[in-house]
Design a protein around this ligand. Structure first.
Ligand code: AQP
Length: 335
């Protein structure tokens, strides 16, 4: 529990591109729903982003753009602590301690590592392998009770829980064992081009994802091009994964149930479905896109948010790290 008596949330997004509909429906949408009842720490996790090569100027720009997207999605900077991960050095410090308690076997089982290492064979760096330890550090530093994430992060959440328990058993109670919070229906938004693969902002095929900042025209075109099947009937079934994904997105953005959507398109083809779905997606993303563009012209405001956020985050992170250093036997630094 935090000082205000509220349970604590931590979650982050990598500034490795612009936010996709997957990031929004898998994570950000839950953040906006939870922000009133929890003490929330939300981070632009730039240290995670460099596990794949980034252009330095682009990374810097995308970090600020991501902050603007958080706010445009409805994250209230007065209610939440929003900060840049590298501004709080305790993340890297706890990462080291926890990496000495993580087994190689645990990390080599991680499916995200297996997927990403295939894409980055030329740059197979140790950071990509130890990414889940840094993620555990992010969460445990704030003693987060709850972590709202897409279900692609389930394995990483399990590791964070195991590391918290392992440390507590070895050195006495220190960390809170966090719970993952996964949205129903859209905990994994799939690629529009390869519906068995998750939608990802770094996908080399830009028709696979929809960005929150994307123009209305481009959004509609991508939906039109989305891969479906030859069945030709709007059903919600495992045999029609492309359509199933589109129905999930449609449902999440319009608050209509899957059944209502399937009923609406009984006897109609995919053309009508895609056309109306595209209109609904464009309309629900429009306010976010407009607010995002407005915020990008207000750089001083954005800076004031991440400065205040880092100061508050560091205070809590330092308390946890001091306790960890003490328990593992590091000499206290009194100067
Ligand atoms: N397709 C998705 N469906 C549901 N949730 C998703 N998330 C990401 N993609 C989907 C959730 O978004 C949050 C932030 O993710 P991230 O940016 O930290 O890393 P990621 O999961 O690796 O996201 P991307 O878009 O796939 O980034 P790249 O392409 O750089 O690797 C997390 O809560 C995640 O679950």
């Amino acid at each position: 529990m935090s000082g205000e008596g509220k349970k604590v949330i931590f979650s982050g997004v990598q500034p490795s591109g612009k936010m996709t509909l997957g990031n929004y429906l898998g994570a950000l949408k839950s953040w906006t729903e939870l922000q009133h009842d929890f003490d929330c720490y939300f981070s632009m996790v730039n240290m995670h982003a460099i596990t794949v090569p980034q252009d330095p100027e682009v990374l810097r720009r995308q970090t600020i753009e991501l902050l603007a997207q958080f706010i445009a999605c409805g994250i209230d900077p007065d209610l939440n602590t929003i900060f840049i991960q590298s501004h709080v050095p305790q993340h890297a410090e706890l990462n080291w301690v926890l990496s000495t308690m993580t087994y190689m076997g645990e990390l080599s089982r991680m499916t995200q590592y297996k997927d990403k290492s295939k894409k980055s064979e030329a740059n197979l760096n140790a950071g990509l392998f130890t990414y889940p330890v840094l993620m555990a550090s992010d969460i445990l530093l704030y003693k987060a009770d709850v972590v709202p994430v897409g279900d692609d992060q389930k394995q990483h959440m399990e590791l964070a829980r195991d590391l918290a328990e392992r440390f507590n058993n070895r050195f006495s109670d220190t960390f809170v064992v966090p719970e993952g919070y996964y949205p129903k229906g859209t905990s994994r938004v799939m690629s529009l081009q390869e519906p068995l693969k998750k939608m990802s902002k770094s996908d080399s095929n830009e028709n696979g994802y929809i960005l929150l900042a994307e123009s209305a025209d481009s959004t509609a075109k991508k939906i039109k091009k989305a891969v479906t099947d030859s069945v030709g009937v709007v059903n919600y079934s495992d045999e029609q994964p492309g359509l199933r994904n589109l129905i999930n997105i449609y449902s999440a953005l319009t608050d209509q149930t899957v059944e209502q959507i399937v009923d609406m398109y009984e006897g109609k083809g995919y053309g009508a479905f895609k056309k109306e779905m595209a209109e609904a997606v464009v309309e629900s993303l429009r306010p976010m896109r407009e607010q995002y563009n407005y915020l990008l012209d207000n750089r001083d405001y954005l800076e004031s948010i991440y400065v205040k956020g880092a100061q508050k985050a560091e205070k809590r992170a330092k308390e946890t790290l001091d306790a960890v250093y003490d328990k593992i036997g590091f000499v206290k630094r009194n100067y």
